[in-house]
Design a protein around this ligand. Structure first.
Ligand code: ZN
Length: 428
């Protein structure tokens, strides 16, 4: 691997990743029509889904048309599979065509070939900075669950070599990285941290004795502070991706790390959890995905994760929208003045002010109108002031799209562990 390799530029599929928005709409509509017709013919669960909405395949021709269909939620899959084993009626090809069947907690079984999902992960790996000749250590589990297999295949598609580290065995893994000159890391951020600690025990200098240049992390939150620590320790690029075992990749960061690009070959909607309607840029809702995967054609698959997206241009040249941030799980949301508020939104406000140590949203109801108060615990040495309260109040709608009042409180007035949203509304 040449040391001057440019990991910041380029594409895996330039034409498809850089289409204009009209071209993209046409492309997605065409792919959607193909997968809808395939799934309707081959997967009984998809037939049922259309029938329940009184629809025929020709009624769903564009991304917007997807709104007519009900969402199949991740939490329903285990029981759907139990009723109609082994795949709940979602298998879209004869069993012989499968290459692998994985099992995730639930249990949920995932039938796979090696096409649709792995192509999307390969886009993610290229965008993260993996290049031909890299040796990538895969530290996800090789037992039961699918990710390690996807990621090995993505490495192979890019002309890279995989070292199958699997989970744990930190000592041997660090030795392997050192002895083989491993340049790429694939795993959780926390295991990469464990690698750094173990390297120190071996008296390895993380940059001189190890050769890590690029990392793809997933499966855990990646706070910016942790990312910079990892990047500085190893002198490497660390980028993240988002996906689930059922549908695979739904987003990945490019060099500019300003959100996770949608892969070009799937449809990601952000959906109002109450109405099932699509939301626009900046609006928080559930991540719902349709994949062009003939084997397991999930159409409107609800992840239960909350996010919002942007369609602002990205300096990398990719023209797909980007998930800005995964805010958490749908079951943690509260609706205030018609808007969904999530603990992640509350943390976003706090993150904008060095003066804030912690905060909590309290929702009450006065005269049939929701009231939102942000209770703020100030950092040490900061005194409450009207000016500060005003500045925080003007930042609240940026993160929550709802106005609220600020109230300063002492640390001691809240328990050690408190929920970020305290909903005190009574509905009698
Ligand atoms: Zn980009």
């Amino acid at each position: 691997m040449a040391s001057e390799t440019d990991r910041s530029k380029g594409f895996y599929h330039q034409t498809l990743e850089t289409m204009s928005s009209d071209e993209r709409n046409q492309y997605l509509s065409k792919e959607l029509q193909k997968i809808v017709s395939h799934a309707f013919r081959n997967a009984p669960a998809i037939q049922k889904k259309f029938a329940s909405a009184g629809l025929k395949p020709q009624d769903v021709r564009t991304v917007k048309d997807l709104e007519k269909l009900p969402i199949t939620h991740k939490h329903e899959l285990a029981s759907l599979q139990k009723k109609d084993p082994p795949f709940g009626g979602f298998l879209g090809v004869p069993m012989e065509r499968l290459k692998r069947i994985c099992m995730s907690p639930g249990p949920i079984y995932e039938p796979e070939d090696t096409e649709s999902k792995n192509d999307r992960w390969t886009q993610a790996f290229f965008a993260a900075g993996f290049r031909r000749g890299d040796i990538g250590q895969v530290t996800f589990s090789y037992h039961l669950v699918p990710p390690a297999f996807w990621f090995e295949d993505a490495l192979h598609r890019l002309g890279c070599i995989a070292t199958p580290g699997g989970v744990g065995n930190t000592e041997q893994q660090v030795k392997m990285m050192h002895d083989l000159g491993v340049t790429g890391y694939i795993g959780t951020p926390s295991f990469l941290m464990a690698v750094a600690k173990k390297a120190q025990e071996f008296h390895y200098h993380p940059q001189k004795d190890l050769c890590l240049k690029v990392g793809f992390v997933s499966g855990e939150m990646l706070p910016e502070s942790l990312r910079s620590e990892l990047e500085e320790t190893f002198g490497m690029i660390v980028r993240q991706g988002y996906g689930t075992a059922d549908v695979g990749c739904m987003g990945y960061e490019c060099f500019h790390k300003n959100g996770m690009h949608f892969p070009y070959n799937c449809i990601v909607e952000i959906v109002d959890p109450e109405t099932g309607k699509q939301l626009g840029p900046g609006e928080t809702g559930e991540i719902v995905t349709t994949v062009f995967d003939e084997v397991y054609p999930m159409i409107r698959f609800g992840t239960g994760d909350l996010s919002y997206y942007t369609d602002e241009p990205c300096p990398c040249g990719r023209t797909t929208g980007r998930l800005v941030k995964i805010l958490g799980r749908l079951d943690q949301v509260t609706k205030v003045k018609g808007m969904f508020i999530h603990p992640g939104n509350v943390d976003n406000v706090a993150a904008k002010f060095d003066e804030i140590e912690d905060c909590q949203v309290v929702v009450t109801r006065e005269g049939h109108v929701d009231q939102m108060t942000l209770k703020v615990i100030l950092a040490k040495g900061i005194l409450p002031s009207n000016d500060l309260a005003k500045r925080i109040e003007s930042a609240i709608p940026e993160s929550m799209r709802v106005r609220g009042k600020v109230e300063f409180i002492d640390r001691g007035t809240l328990p050690e562990k408190f929920s970020k949203i305290d909903d005190r509304r009574k509905w009698e």
